[in-house]
Ligand binder design. Structure first.
Ligand code: KIV
Length: 270
């Protein structure tokens, strides 16, 4: 599934289904279940390594998991997160690291943030690396943002996110991923830019949706250091396994729900 084929799906009015993936087994399963794009997310720091956040994920981690996913995905488009520290400090360093992820099997890399990151995105694109811009709640800035909080609730912050999306659109990013923003803001952004949007906790009007596989299966219970009883799933998460007979069926149910626009519902949105 090339990036051009994903764009063709969107042009035909079909929602794009993305799911996080960290290994070959789930890559094969997800592809067979009809997932369009696999995200090798740095969420692996939390869901695989048990950390409190994504901040300590390394380039080696992302290369290793991208290779594993690429081994299992014969046809799916693979997006890989550039981990914290791998792209913010210099454009040249960002390009070297992005090329390592492409060599590992990524079709496109994802970077977090607007502002200065617009120039970094442009530099990567001009040097042949497709980019997705991650805006709204950006997990690598969790400390600066004061925790896992919805972004763009005030007029001023909503305006800033919209401006960042417009700037990223202008430099030619292939997707804008919107995390934890009000559904109305995500709708406005989706209608204001040509670049397709992919949402997580961003309402039903984005061009596509992404979920973390552990949330889809209802098996994530927080960092390794905390008791499961102290963990509360985010509003946007939905356990598809609860109403399915197997893991493959639960992924198929997610694909179907996104394609027929029954997920996310208002109860998963802000
Ligand atoms: O790392 C990740 O899994 C992500 C999703 C939350 C979109 O960036």
């Amino acid at each position: 599934m090339s990036l051009a084929r994903i764009n063709a799906l969107i042009a035909a009015g079909e929602k794009v289904v993305m799911l996080t993936c960290y290994d070959a087994t789930f890559a094969k399963l997800s592809e067979s279940a009809g997932v369009d794009m696999l995200l090798v997310g740095d969420s692996l720091g939390m869901v695989l390594q048990g950390a409190e956040n994504t901040l300590n994920v390394s380039m080696q981690d992302m290369e290793y998991h991208t290779k594993s996913v690429a081994a299992g995905a014969l046809d799916c488009c693979i997006m890989t997160d550039m981990p914290a520290g791998s792209y913010e400090h210099s454009q040249e360093n960002a390009l070297l690291n992005a090329k390592r992820l492409v060599a590992a099997g990524a079709n496109i890399v994802k970077i977090e943030g607007g502002g200065e990151m617009v120039n970094t995105a442009q530099y990567l694109i001009e040097n042949g690396v497709p980019v997705c811009a991650h805006l709204g709640f950006t997990p690598q800035s969790v400390k600066k943002l004061g925790g896992y909080r919805i972004q763009g609730k005030t007029e001023e912050t909503a305006h800033q996110i919209l401006q960042d999306a417009i700037a990223m659109d202008k430099v030619g990013v292939r997707f804008v991923l919107l995390e934890m923003v009000p559904a109305l803001l995500a709708k406005t952004i989706t209608e204001s830019i040509n670049t397709p949007t992919i949402g997580i906790g961003a309402g039903a009007d984005c061009d596509g949706q992404v979920l973390v596989i552990q949330d889809l299966l209802g098996i994530y219970t927080g960092p390794a250091t905390k008791k499961p009883v102290d963990f509360k799933s985010p509003r946007f998460a939905k356990n598809f396994l609860a109403t399915s007979s197997s893991i493959p069926h639960s992924i198929q149910a997610y694909v179907k729900a996104v394609k027929n626009k029954t997920f996310p519902g208002a109860e998963h949105s802000y």
